[in-house]
Design a binder for this molecule. Sequence first.
Ligand SMILES: Cc1cc2nc3c(=O)[nH]c(=O)nc-3n(C[C@H](O)[C@H](O)[C@H](O)COP(=O)(O)OP(=O)(O)OC[C@H]3O[C@@H](n4cnc5c(N)ncnc54)[C@H](O)[C@@H]3O)c2cc1C
Length: 316
Amino acid sequence: MRSFHHINAKSLAEARSAMAAGDATLIAGGTEVLGLLKDNILPAYPATLINLKSIPGLDYIVRDQSGALRIGALTRLSDIAVSPIVNRDYTALAQAASRVATPHVREMGTIGGNIAQLHRCWYFRKPENRFHCIRKAGDRCFAMMGDNRYHSIFGSVDKCIAVNPGDTASALIALNARIVTTARTVDAEHFWDVKVPGNTVLAPGEIIREIELPALPSGAKSAFIKFAIRKTIDFPIVNCAVMVGGGSPRICLNAVAPKPYRAGKAEAAIAGKTINEAVAEAAGAAAVEDARPLQASRYKVQIAKTLVKRALLATV
Ligand SMILES: Cc1cc2nc3c(=O)[nH]c(=O)nc-3n(C[C@H](O)[C@H](O)[C@H](O)COP(=O)(O)OP(=O)(O)OC[C@H]3O[C@@H](n4cnc5c(N)ncnc54)[C@H](O)[C@@H]3O)c2cc1C
């Protein structure tokens, strides 16, 4: 690991002005960013890490007057996983948080860091920055011609097929959440709408303040399911979050594309219907209608289909 300066920011304003000075990276729980630095994964190495954990008051789960639930960006995943209000009203998010990595990572990892994490692709993340891929301003995607068993089944963005691996991302989209930053509020659905090499719409120096979960209509239920090779400490091969019963259904998959994939055809297949085995099965099939897997990633299509079905049945 190379040396770097470390600033304990005392406020978001201080963190922003330190970022504006350039050549700096934010650190929250550090579970992702320290790995990137230790393994020397990225072409550029920051001169400064700006610690957000030293900013008071960014760790909370509170209901506001409008009935929305607000979760501070520095709230640990372990706290979200056990929160009674999140478990009761936003079940998919509690389930997603509880399935991230291990207790150690969930104790350190924050919701802000979870949604801002970089893409997963073993070429992109190869230590010592070995593969100068498209995501690193290179001219080719090594996964496209190489081993793409964990890659996108819904095409590429700018010819990159690395996936967004976040577990909470699909839950936040299914629950119609909004991401509040130091500059604006963005629907979760559009938070990951970016071109390579971006991973989120955050501009340089823009900091996530909180997640806003709207009050849900009565009768709304949600669920999250994740398939990973190991039961603990593993990124998703596919995950799926659904919300049904309170207006239009929302179904989102992740780890299947460069950004979370809203399964619109599956939503249309179940709109206005009571969830049962046959309806859930049809939704699973509709969800993967547009899948275009590569040679090694075909198995993911069946997993995505099955997760949609199981997540829907979990709400019954
Ligand atoms: C062994 C291991 C297993 C993992 N398994 C999973 C898994 O199964 N599922 C999953 O979803 N993730 C997984 N992760 C990824 C990730 O570490 C965690 O998801 C964690 O939530 C990241 O949060 P953090 O606070 O530690 O982020 P950090 O490492 O501190 O930061 C991550 C990124 O987010 C940026 N960032 C942090 N906070 C903010 C903010 N408030 N505003 C703007 N940018 C910010 C940082 O600059 C950095 O780029 C795993 C990580 C490890 C090491």
